[in-house]
Design a protein around this ligand. Structure first.
Ligand code: Z5A
Length: 213
């Protein structure tokens, strides 16, 4: 019992909405609310949330280098994995993650153009071979996702990037899903909400993720 289920995807893909769908699915399959932990990345511990602020804010006085961005992502992730996610899984709980390591491959790797092998070395230091049981990529055409994200107001340091940046990120998510089709599933997040929800439930059922008792 217990599993780490992660929602991934570009801006405005509906990951937060999808987290609620996964939670509802677990509850309806008999998992107690106290046994469901929700996390978001970067963030999820006191220190990781401070790192999140640095990563998201637009600092007019100092640019954040791609290297610093990468290292901060993993600094936040090692805190979250070691202090929250692993203990929860050891206690038999379910963890629903709003983003995790695949975002680093997509944003820092494909988006910023950082070397994947170098990223792998830092991942190894930060979290070793720890990985989600199931990842659901919420796939949306970047222009449509940005339209949703913009409707929420001010854009953060990532959201002001070019469409080319977001297209590279989308392609990276889809390529990783193709490479690891056993544990990374894609949902068409551009559909009406009801259709998106039904597809997420289908993925969870197929993965037989919730085997309580
Ligand atoms: N980042 C990174 O670079 N490297 C890493 O390793 C990690 C992260 C872990 C985190 O920001 C940033 O960090 C992120 C990548 C980078 N870049 N940015 N920005 P964040 O957590 O604040 O932002 P986000 O992850 O992109 O989340 P988001 O923009 O809030 O999107 P979302 O959670 O996917 O969407 P949502 O809030 O669920 O939905 C957006 C709106 O669309 C909302 O009003 C919904 O009601 C609406 N919605 C959702 N689904 C639908 C459907 N199906 N139809 C119509 N409307 C919908």
């Amino acid at each position: 019992m217990g599993a780490f289920i992660v929602l991934e995807g570009g801006e405005g893909a509906g990951k937060s909405t999808a987290v609620a769908v996964v939670k509802q699915y677990l509850l309806s399959h008999g998992v107690a609310e106290k046994d469901i932990i929700e996390t978001r990345e970067p963030g999820g511990t006191e220190i990781a949330e401070k790192i999140r602020t640095i990563l998201k804010e637009k600092n007019p006085h100092e640019a954040l280098t791609s290297e610093a961005e990468l290292l901060l992502m993993y600094a936040a992730r090692t805190q979250l994995v070691n202090l929250v996610i692993k203990p929860a899984l050891s206690a038999g709980k379910f963890v629903i993650g709003d983003r995790h390591d695949l975002s680093t491959i997509a944003y820092q790797g494909a988006g910023r153009g950082m070397d994947i092998q170098k990223i792998a070395g830092i991942r190894d230091l930060a979290i070793g071979d720890f990985a989600p049981d199931l990842t659901i990529v919420m796939d949306i055409e970047p222009a449509a996702g940005m339209k949703r994200a913009r409707s929420r107001g001010e854009l953060d340091r990532f959201e002001v990037e070019s469409m080319d940046f977001f297209n590279r990120i989308r392609n990276s998510f889809l390529q990783e899903a193709e490479k690891h089709s056993d544990r990374i599933k894609v949902v068409d997040a551009g559909q009406e909400l009801d259709a998106v929800k039904a597809d997420i439930v289908r993925v969870l059922e197929k993965a037989e993720i919730c085997t309580v008792g």
